[in-house]
Design a protein around this ligand. Structure first.
Ligand code: ADP
Ligand code: ASP
Ligand code: MG
Length: 413
């Protein structure tokens, strides 16, 4: 029997009672003869509180502050790793807790969103060979200058997948509070259906479009390193959703799932001169300020001289983006900036879109029937996204979920 990685999210370790529950999932895999590496998140709500403490005391405008930010917000994972290792030992299962720096998990120095560069395996391998379960803190790593980093919110998923890849694990199970990946967020659409399989490509699009059940980078990493990934719940023994290669999908759905993100803000620059280099003049300063731009549309006036440029950034980056654009106002040469933070993005994803037409049309018709205005549209080969007013997002999700026939099949009898 090989090695497996089990990752437990915040709700799965939210209380000491739940940590006891988690230990039984570990025990089951040990009984089945596996070596086990466990990756844990902080108790749910803890990371939010830690981020709140940092905001209360600091404006976070220097690198040193970012490093200390990560030292603080990474601490929640240490509590759960220690508690789970203690619990396992008290059940007679040899175990040891490891902080990211003890593994070590080396990362870049982009505090708050560091990327894993290398995971050393010697220390843990020795410990596993001695029959000990390794319980590793998710979400954290260390720079070569020996400062603690964090991997971005939801980053424990990425820790788990990276560890599974580094150790060549047989499987990586992501235990969360839902029993798998659904056709859309089951908290919003009650008749959302659990998927038995989803392709890596679709999951990547769903995650990057806002389905937070897996962090985007973890899916990317699983795809690149061929990690066998399963999303399942820690509240039962039920099988979850297995990620598979697109060619192994039995049926290629036109639309597999819907995702949404409220973390969008719209900026429009009006009456910009339509000349070569204008996009570089607008987006260069944003890139320099480390701001990710998502959707972009440009409307040229009939005489071809002026253009309006609309794009989206995250709500958190809005103020920074506006000040970067103000600072370059002369060079860009726009008449006015308009902004709107009350917008949200809705996306439909499915590999079948590669070969079936009509998905976009159905989306536009359904939204029109509900009187929902579309502000921006973007597409990729297997995804269509629209930006709409935030207050309509739940209505739009439910309407599209019905229109695409994604709801659960009602069982007879
Ligand atoms: P964890 O703390 O275990 O990492 P998260 O809160 O990060 O859990 O992710 C699980 C949540 O993701 C679910 O509770 C659910 O509300 C949300 N979610 C959004 N989209 C989906 C989807 N398509 N399928 C399943 N869950 C989804
Ligand atoms: N505790 C971190 C967070 O809340 C990491 C994680 O849970 O994946 O974002
Ligand atoms: Mg998560």
């Amino acid at each position: 029997m090989g090695l497996i990685v089990q990752k437990f999210g915040g709700t799965s370790v939210a209380t000491t009672e739940r940590i006891r529950n988690v230990s039984s999932h570990v025990a089951r895999e040990i009984r089945a003869g596996h070596q086990v590496i466990v990756v844990v998140s902080a108790m749910s709500g803890v990371t939010d509180s830690l981020v709140g403490y940092v905001r209360d005391v600091s404006l976070l405008d220097e690198v040193e502050a970012y490093a200390d930010h990560d030292l603080v917000v990474s601490s929640g994972e240490q509590v759960t790793a220690g508690l789970l290792a203690l619990r396992l030992r008290s059940m007679g299962i040899p175990a040891r807790a490891w902080a990211g720096w003890q593994v070590p998990i080396w990362t870049t120095d982009a505090y708050g969103k560091a990327r894993i560069e290398e995971i050393e395996t010697d220390n843990i391998r020795k410990s596993l060979a001695n029959g000990r379960v390794a319980v590793i803190t998710g979400f954290q790593g260390m720079t070569r200058e020996q400062r603690i980093t964090t991997l971005g919110r939801g980053g424990s998923d990425t820790s788990a997948v990276a560890i599974a890849a580094a150790f060549g694990a047989e499987r990586c199970d992501i235990y969360t509070d839902v029993d798998g990946v659904y056709t859309t967020d089951p908290r919003i659409v009650k008749n959302a259906r659990k998927l038995d399989y989803v392709s890596y490509e679709e999951m990547l699009e769903l995650a990057s479009a806002g389905a937070k059940v897996l962090q985007t980078r973890s899916v990317e990493m699983a795809m690149n390193h061929h990690v066998r990934l399963q999303v399942r719940t820690s509240f039962s023994e039920e099988a979850g959703t297995i990620l598979v290669k697109e060619e192994d999908l039995m049926e290629k759905q036109r639309v597999t799932g819907l995702a949404y993100s409220r973390d969008e803000a719209r900026i429009t620059l009006s009456n910009v001169d339509d000349r070569p280099g204008i996009s570089a003049a607008i987006f260069g300063p944003l890139a320099d300020a480390n701001i990710n731009v998502d959707m972009i549309v440009q409307n040229v006036t009939p005489d071809g001289k002026k253009t309006d440029v609309t794009f989206t950034v995250t709500k958190g980056d809005l103020a920074l983006a506006l000040s970067a654009l103000e600072a370059h106002r002369e060079k860009i040469g726009y008449q006015a900036i308009h902004q709107d933070a009350n917008v949200a993005k809705l996306s439909a994803v499915g590999v079948g879109m590669r070969s079936h037409a009509g998905v976009a049309q159905e989306m536009f018709r359904t939204l029109a029937e509900k009187g929902i205005n579309i502000i921006v549209i973007t597409t990729s080969e297997i995804k269509i996204s629209v930006l709409i007013e935030e207050s309509y997002i739940e209505l739009a999700l439910r309407a599209l979920h019905d229109a695409y026939g994604l709801h659960a099949v009602v069982e007879k009898g």
